[in-house]
Design a protein around this ligand. Structure first.
Ligand code: FAD
Length: 401
């Protein structure tokens, strides 16, 4: 592929969404130029939950082993009350006739990123440029021009289309000129990684547990080498204080009642939001992943839906590239993926966040009773698992015209 050829797709951003889009396009013999602002693959700890449809897509791309080998297979997950224990438990093995992967996998998103970069590095249809910060994109009737800050100064890159997967502050979304409406939660999430065996303090805990409490809620995820414990930020506590060693140790020891037993490995703090872009496409400029929607991490859906966006976009782009469909197919991408973001992921993650964080005693009781009733009824439980595993939402979206 000539680096200056216009016959290529430019992908802005090399997170999970951009990398999956690049690989899916390249596998269809479509040349790709990927521009990433960092000088190396991202290595921060964010997503860990992979849902069944995502595992199926990774399987189709020959990438599922990257997640299965480095991850922990987790068929059972729970909603809990901090003091009374399990409120509702869901065993995804019940979905074995719906999916080849009837479980969640807990694996760091950076492990998938590393494997994808390694795969793309050797791909004849892909050129990756690190240290290229995309500044914006313009378009005319048959091409796009993407401007980027590079080690050689500002440069322009031409292509047929650009897929903006450049994260929540997306420059490509700004070039589209669309709103990113929604809200930001008052509280942030504080994550601690620990080798302390949480099951010593909570013997019946599942590998994924959302623990409700009006004063101190918590999410616990069991990864292969350690446990990740997520709290909300505390009123008036500065970010740098929340992630200090002594503060982390004290908070963990108090929560688990195991003073001195806590070894923490990493600490992060993140703001959380619910926002969906007004449109995902104008002409030759398309956005996906966090560039187009961001949500609370409760339910583990942001990265998963970014991967689904990437696959949906690449599949449609392939049809257009080969002359099997016209460009209006990209409007279907927006209709399908925006529908999931608004009607599925947003609703579920708001519900989960409310379940764990609700302070009003009446509302809390209602939320717990409702969840208990779902778990106790096999039919409702099945439907709930189809939704929370992202299977039902994806099928509904894919059926949209
Ligand atoms: C605490 C927390 C826990 C989470 N847990 C889960 C989970 O369990 N499951 C789940 O599905 N989701 C989860 N998420 C959400 C998930 O991390 C994101 O949805 C996911 O990273 C989005 O992937 P992306 O590729 O769209 O964006 P990003 O991962 O943000 O990647 C964007 C990439 O673009 C690059 N970039 C940015 N700007 C530019 C630019 N101008 N030019 C070039 N490159 C640029 C960045 O460097 C980055 O490499 C969680 C989020 C948080 C905060």
């Amino acid at each position: 592929m000539s680096p200056n050829s216009i016959d290529r797709i430019i992908v802005a951003g090399g997170g999970p969404t951009g990398l999956i889009a690049a690989l899916s396009l390249a596998n269809q013999d479509i040349p790709v130029l990927l521009l990433e602002q960092q000088d190396a693959p991202q290595d921060h700890r964010r997503a860990t939950t992979f849902h069944p449809p995502t595992l199926e897509y990774l399987d189709a791309l020959g990438m599922v082993d990257a997640v299965l080998d480095d991850g922990r297979i987790t068929p059972v997950w729970q909603f809990r009350d901090r003091h009374t224990g399990v409120v509702a438990e869901f065993d995804l093995s019940a979905l074995k006739d719906e999916t080849k992967y009837p479980y969640r996998v807990q694996c760091e998103q950076m492990e998938l990123n590393r494997a994808l970069y390694a795969k793309l590095d050797n791909h004849p249809n892909v050129e990756i440029r690190f240290s290229h910060e995309v500044l914006g994109a313009e378009q005319d009737g048959d091409s796009v021009t993407v401007r980027a800050k590079t080690p050689n100064g500002e440069e322009s890159f031409a292509g047929r289309y650009v897929f903006g997967a450049d994260g929540s502050r997306s420059s490509i979304r700004k070039s589209l000129g669309v709103g990113f409406d929604g809200f930001t939660y008052d509280e942030k999430v504080v994550q601690y990684g620990t080798t302390f065996d949480v099951s010593e303090a909570m013997p019946d805990i599942a590998g994924v547990a959302y623990i409700s409490d009006p004063d101190e809620w918590c999410v616990i995820l069991h990864l292969p080498e350690y446990w990740r414990v997520t709290f909300s930020s505390r009123d008036g506590e500065a970010d740098d204080v929340a992630v200090r060693d002594d503060v982390a140790e004290a908070r963990m020891a108090a929560f688990f009642g195991k003073s001195g037993a806590v070894v923490e490995l990493h600490r992060n703090i993140w703001a959380i939001h619910q926002r969906v872009a007004e449109d995902f496409r104008k002409g030759r400029i398309i956005i996906g992943g966090d560039a187009s929607h961001i949500n609370s991490p409760m339910g583990g859906m942001g990265m998963n839906s970014g991967v689904h966006d990437a696959v949906s976009f690449a599949d449609k782009m392939g049809q257009i590239w080969r002359g099997e469909a016209d460009e209006s197919l990209l409007d279907r991408y927006t209709r399908q993926r925006r529908h999931v973001a608004l009607e599925d992921v947003r609703q579920q993650t708001i519900r989960n966040t409310k379940f764990i964080a609700e302070k009003d005693p009446g509302e809390r009781k209602n939320a717990h009773d409702a969840m208990r009733a779902i778990a106790e009824d096999p039919q409702k439980s099945y439907g709930f698992m189809m939704g929370s595993s992202m299977i039902a939402g994806l099928r509904a979206a894919n059926a949209l015209d």
